[in-house]
Write a protein that binds this ligand. Structure first.
Ligand code: FUB
Length: 465
């Protein structure tokens, strides 16, 4: 996000195992069960027009026959990446084509359009999965026009009500989810538009806590969580904190969360309305509640934006809070994890620092990784420094992750790091512009391995697809 110059008042600016170079394709080998479509690359076959698949052509939705001898273009047009619904909702999904555009309804016609980031677009592009007319098939109900379903009519796709052609409607609106005509990429590891991933290993599972992306001005208001045992297959846990009803002092700009565990409780730190809050729960997937009823670090507390919290807990059990856009800050958290000594806040001077400070420890070295440039720039990247304590002093080493235009990878950053338990294997989670057609508010989350040299310095991370 943009840098706010020190001294300027923060403005309420409107502002997605086995890893590495090898590609791991995660696709369903079985049709989905009724009323469910797993995330990932999928094709949808009409139940009453056997051999015809849901596809787009000339930016409009339709159905057409696709078979093994069909052209690569026809197969691609009949393949969609299924993601959690852009507008949220349990059991609701969205469909992204290979060109990055999304299926949405407009004037009741199903079309393929770029994400406009508006609430209307997000709702128009979200469909809730219902049982289909035959076993194993699904129907797709509009999230903002309940009672209307995606159905084919004269080979065109429309958002219709069952009262239209009632004798054929059920079959016209039912599809079997099949293996995709075109295999998907390994990444993004969580399907859909997410950013600022905070990765952690808690209670035997890996967790990802991201910003939900795709909104104009990064204006999301809900936090979600994913978990995995292998860093490949991720379970979506739905909304774990919703600013609107659950946080009294902020309703928007839900960004860049982080998690900590202490005293048998989980502490979820988050940016909201350019302040930092904390919420607690007995479970890593919530529900989380706000014990303070006010920000932990309010906007204007120091120069720069009070966003992008991260908590590092040292081997002695002491936890430290890091945060800041424009300037990097850190402070020891009190044992209650929801307060700190205002007089003990430290500011760090780090070359090129913009945001997303993330600290981890390996052996006796502390690593402070951070993001540089603007998240809307393809040049957004990750640099790091090492120190002998959680407060440094920091020795800058330079860039460890940056764009790879040969692979279409732009703007990789807002990183976090996790150690595979009981090993010296490390991973970095980060976001990049969604591929293809993404930008600084349409980002996606991936994970690559983080490797060290014998002297403890970090090798450049190889971004993979
Ligand atoms: O996602 C919103 C903002 O963009 C984050 O707080 C920044 O770190 C940048 O990734």
């Amino acid at each position: 996000m943009p840098l706010l110059r020190p001294g300027r008042k923060p403005v309420a600016r409107a502002m997605t195992v086995i890893l590495g170079a090898s590609v791991v394709t995660v696709v369903a080998t079985q049709p989905a069960h009724a009323a469910e479509i797993p995330a990932g690359a999928r094709s949808l076959q009409s139940v009453n027009m056997a051999g015809s698949y849901l596809r787009h052509t000339d930016y409009l939705g339709g159905i057409a026959a696709v078979g093994p001898t069909s052209s690569a273009q026809a197969k691609s047009d009949a393949t969609f990446t299924v993601t959690p619904g852009l507008a949220g909702g349990t059991g609701c999904v969205s469909f992204q084509a290979a060109n990055g555009m999304w299926l949405r309804h407009r004037d009741y016609r199903i079309r393929l359009e770029a994400n406009a980031g508006t609430a209307t677009f997000l709702a128009d592009a979200t469909f809730c999965v219902r049982d289909g007319s035959v076993s194993g098939s699904v129907r797709l109900e509009s999230t903002n026009y309940p009672g209307r379903f995606l159905r084919h009519r004269d080979s065109e796709l429309w958002l219709d009500a069952p009262t239209t052609n009632p004798t054929t409607f059920a079959a016209d609106s039912s599809f079997r989810v099949t293996t995709p005509w075109v295999a998907g990429r390994r990444s993004p590891v969580i399907k859909g538009l997410y950013a600022d991933p905070n990765i952690a290993h808690l209670n035997g599972r890996y967790y990802l806590y991201p910003t939900t992306d795709g909104y104009n001005g990064w204006n999301g208001s809900r936090f979600t969580a994913f978990s995995s045992t292998d860093l490949v297959n991720w379970t979506h846990h739905g909304t774990i904190l919703d600013l609107g009803p659950q946080i009294s002092w902020a309703d928007d700009r839900a960004w860049a969360p982080t998690i900590a565990y202490r005293n048998n409780r989980y502490y979820f730190y988050f940016s909201a309305a350019t302040s930092i809050g904390v919420a607690t729960s007995s479970s890593p997937t919530g529900p989380f509640t706000d014990p303070l009823g006010r920000p932990l670090v309010p906007a204007g507390f120091r120069s720069g934006q009070m966003i992008d919290p991260h908590v590092f807990t040292d081997t002695d059990g002491q936890s430290y809070l890091y945060w800041g856009n424009g300037s990097a800050y850190a402070v020891r958290l009190n044992a209650d994890m929801v307060s700190f000594d205002l007089g003990q806040v430290r500011a760090f001077s780090l070359p090129n620092y913009r945001e997303a400070a993330f600290v981890f420890r390996r052996n006796n070295t502390y690593y402070l990784t951070y993001s540089v440039d603007d998240t809307r720039s393809e040049n957004y990247h990750v640099e790091y420094a090492t120190g002998t304590s959680p407060f440094g002093p920091w020795n800058h080493h330079g860039t460890i992750l940056s764009k790879n235009l040969n692979l279409g990878i732009k703007g990789p950053g807002h990183q976090s790091v996790v150690q595979a338990p009981g090993s010296d294997t490390w991973y970095m989670a980060y976001h990049r512009f969604a591929i293809p057609a993404g930008n600084g508010t349409n980002r996606e989350v991936t994970i690559d391995q983080l490797r060290f040299n014998a002297d403890g310095t970090i090798q450049p991370v190889t971004p993979t697809l």
